[in-house]
Design a protein around this ligand. Sequence first.
Ligand SMILES: *Cc1c(COP(=O)(O)O)cnc(C)c1O
Length: 625
Amino acid sequence: MGWFKRDNNSAKVNVDALFLGPKSENQGFFTNTLNFLMEEHIQWRRDFHPDDKPAVSLEEQDEQLYKDTLRRTKETLLELSGKLKTTSMPWFSPRYLGHMNSDTLMAANLAYMATILYNPNNCAFEASPATTGLEIQAGKQLCTMLGFDANKGWGHITSGGHVANYEAFWVARNLKSFPMAVKAVLPNLVKGLDDWQLLNLPVSKVLDLVDKVKAANKFDEVRALSARGVGMSKENLGVLLVPQSRHYSWAKAADILGIGTDNLINVQVKDNYRMDVNVLKATIDKFIATKTPILGVVAVVGTTEEGAVDEVHEIAKLRDEYEKQGISFYFHIDGAYGGYARAIFLDENDKFMDMHKMKHRWHEEGIIHKDIDWPPIDVYEAYKAFSEADSITVDPHKMGYVPYAAGAVVMKDRRILDLISYFAAYVFEKGNDPMLLGSYILEGSKAGATAAAVWASHEVIPLNITGYGRIIGRSITGAQRFYMSLKAEPAFEVNGKKYIVHPLTKPDFNIVDFAFNAVGNTDLAKMDDLNEKLYELSSYNSGPVYANDWITSKTSLATDAYGDAPASFVAVLGIPKEQWDKQKSVYVLRSCVLSPWLIKNTTYNEYWGTFLKIMQEKIGKIVKG
Ligand SMILES: *Cc1c(COP(=O)(O)O)cnc(C)c1O
């Protein structure tokens, strides 16, 4: 139990008090607390055997070389500070709407800086008696937020979404291959099941089998014959199905885990950039017709380029239908980006709210403005169905507003961990938490400071409507208004020439992609050229960003990744279909609106007016050449 009661119904956070702020508005609190925490550490050292003699005497500190060395350190740090100030990205500012970055939480930054001086290593409890516990607790908090039972599930912090994804499929791969290994060692346990049935056992049935194998004292022997010991091939484990919109970490995962990139099958997305569930079904049918097992299916919640939310509920339904026909696959949600947004759907008791009541509360409590039409029903249902997945990736260093490097993976059934553990197996049998994290995770030595930062953020800001929901609400309100403004903008003039701007699609979440075109231009390459130059003028490409008025990111949507999904967007901008068919890609500006400040100090009309004025100036520069 901590110091505070987290289930206090009236506990709400004020979002403005959570960040240092674009103008360092909270600098007084920040510096005082930082100094206090540094002092605490300094005193802690002195208080450890107070009568021990100092290692360095005052006389030694008077020596010239000693002073020179301190000066050298200081000069280096001044140089570093100069470099950081000259070229760093101003993520705290609403003028930055590019990658998945924003201001980060004071609680996280202060916790991180305080902890770093103690330098805990969460690989082993022995090296991190304070922070291993915080990591386990943060994992449980994430389990609850994502719809898993924290007492049965398992979650921990990774360096990011990449490693979280690797870990999920490391587990899935070993799990899928387990029943065949059982057949080799303990055929009686799987009597009456043919190979195809063994390759299609539902996850919970495989885990029950793990329990039986342990009871027969054959676990190590069987596990050595799973993919962990003997590797995998398409023939034995099959294919991994992902949406075309997947993050590139999935290609790396297929490579590293021996699944093979050939066996990573991209499923087409619809023109809203969500995986087409009908195509998914047809793809599964095609593979089972050739007796190729489906190792797993990945749904992305918050695609990296468009913020699209795959229809998790439909995929879960599909899996249930297939299980009735004897076909099963591991189901993972890549919520690296969108996972934290589940907080806005949960009431103070962490219950998923009814849509009507939820919206009423959002509007009443100013969490999402009532002029914002969000979420679409499929997005609501997708978040609701998270608990149907076997595991979920979620990044505290994205929508958790925690500094790098903080990702996380959570799994529904912690029994699954023994399939990847390398030491002290069965720890969970005693109901304990593992003390040697390094044995259960992909990474080894890692900063306990990260765990402290994630834990502190979760303690200050409950993972539901009272806490994170309020930050997420600001982000979504900002993004949807940005989208609405782009959509409503009539043609505008620059140097006597008319231009239009158009958003790619109504965002499922908080990423707004858009492109400009000159009115009358029907040449896709020319339109791309305009947007590419706009990007260059809105990024580090045009010099130090501190002099830039507005900074963004970009992406290119091409047919090899997206099929014809962008065709309708290109058409709205006045580009004929033949151009799209010929070029097969379109360049867009991409704004991830994590900023909690877009709705503050300035109404969105003001923000929009400023934004448009800046873009007109930039277009003016391009046209002049
Ligand atoms: C960012 C992202 C990742 C990778 O996460 P890192 O934290 O950069 O390792 C994976 N999947 C999705 C959908 C992402 O948005």
